[in-house]
Design a protein around this ligand. Structure first.
Ligand SMILES: *[C@@H]1O[C@H](CO)[C@@H](O)[C@H](O)[C@H]1NC(C)=O
Length: 284
């Protein structure tokens, strides 16, 4: 009897030590409460996990300039990381996964171990369905006129709008994605790569039935060429040139590409089976 109690106590105690704290970042036009279901699943199945559900830039504020958001997320990750010197995990959903990745790359001495990018437009976005709440008539073909301008760059979406037919305007106007993806070299390019290769594990999750991330392969750094054919991530310059360290991570066995069909964009963080299958196994 006593032994059993002791074993239960040990299991309980080691369980609470086994999981690293997790920082969660929500998507566009929503807030931390949209991630509550995922938080509860983590807390229930990985008992003892401390979860930080970041509530910065909720609702309309999620449309603020990408760098302004990244700077605050960076400071947040840095603060949480200091409270847990043994290391933390980070999960970012949709736009939150892109901003979190940029924050991690902006922290040359971070202690993020596993980063999960949950259906995020890591190579950009060329589809407007998710914006129809704000811009009901916006069409992808003409959206560049709005986003590739000084005014458009005040919005987060302008920062990662990637029109395959307007690449010179993208390179000229976009103040965010070409920098964080090292398509444009700056004095920060080297440290952006260092921040990335510092990860112990990069888990990239996405799938063909997402219906919002366009093309859906952007969730794995795949993207359109000028003919709107999707080039897989490992055939693109960002990978072959190892511009931000994804190839380094892959060669070290630290990159996981997860393609899961039959999941809509709003299902990744709200569908129990999906969470159990593709998220929980990577939060250790
Ligand atoms: C490099 O990063 C620093 C700190 O975030 C920033 O202030 C600066 O503007 C960046 N430089 C370039 C060229 O992007």
């Amino acid at each position: 009897m006593r032994l059993r109690l002791l074993l239960a106590l040990i299991a309980c105690f080691s369980g609470s030590l086994a999981y690293r704290p997790v920082v969660i970042l929500h998507g566009i036009l929503s807030g931390a409460d949209s991630m509550d279901f995922l938080v509860r699943e983590i807390e229930e199945l990985h008992r003892g996990t401390i979860v930080y559900n970041c509530d910065k830039f909720s609702g309309w504020y999620s449309l603020e300039n990408a760098w302004r958001q990244v700077e605050q997320i960076r400071d947040y990750l840095s603060d949480v990381g200091k409270q847990h010197p043994e290391g933390i995990n980070v999960l970012g959903y949709s736009q939150g996964g892109l901003l979190a990745r940029a924050a991690i790359q902006s922290l040359p001495d971070h202690n993020v171990k596993t980063f999960i990018s949950l259906s995020s437009p890591q190579a950009g976005q060329y589809g407007t369905s998710f914006l129809h709440l704000i811009f009901p008539d916006l069409a992808a073909k003409t959206a560049f006129e709005l986003f590739y301008s000084t005014v458009g760059q005040h919005t987060s979406v302008g920062g990662y709008w990637n029109d395959p037919h307007k690449q010179s305007l993208y390179m000229k106007y976009s103040e965010f994605l070409p920098l964080i993806n090292n398509e444009k070299q700056t004095s920060n390019s080297t440290s952006f790569k260092m921040g990335m290769v510092r990860l112990s594990k990069l888990v990239m999750i996405g799938g063909p039935n997402d219906d919002v991330i366009t093309p859906w392969q952007s969730s794995h750094f795949g993207y359109y060429d000028e003919d709107q054919e999707v080039i897989p991530f490992n055939k693109r310059k960002i990978f072959t040139d190892d511009s931000i360290g994804i190839r380094t991570l892959q060669e070290a066995g630290k990159l996981l590409i997860i393609i899961k069909p039959h999941v809509h964009h709003l299902g990744w963080h709200t569908n129990r089976a999906v969470i159990h299958q593709v998220i929980l196994p990577y939060l250790d």
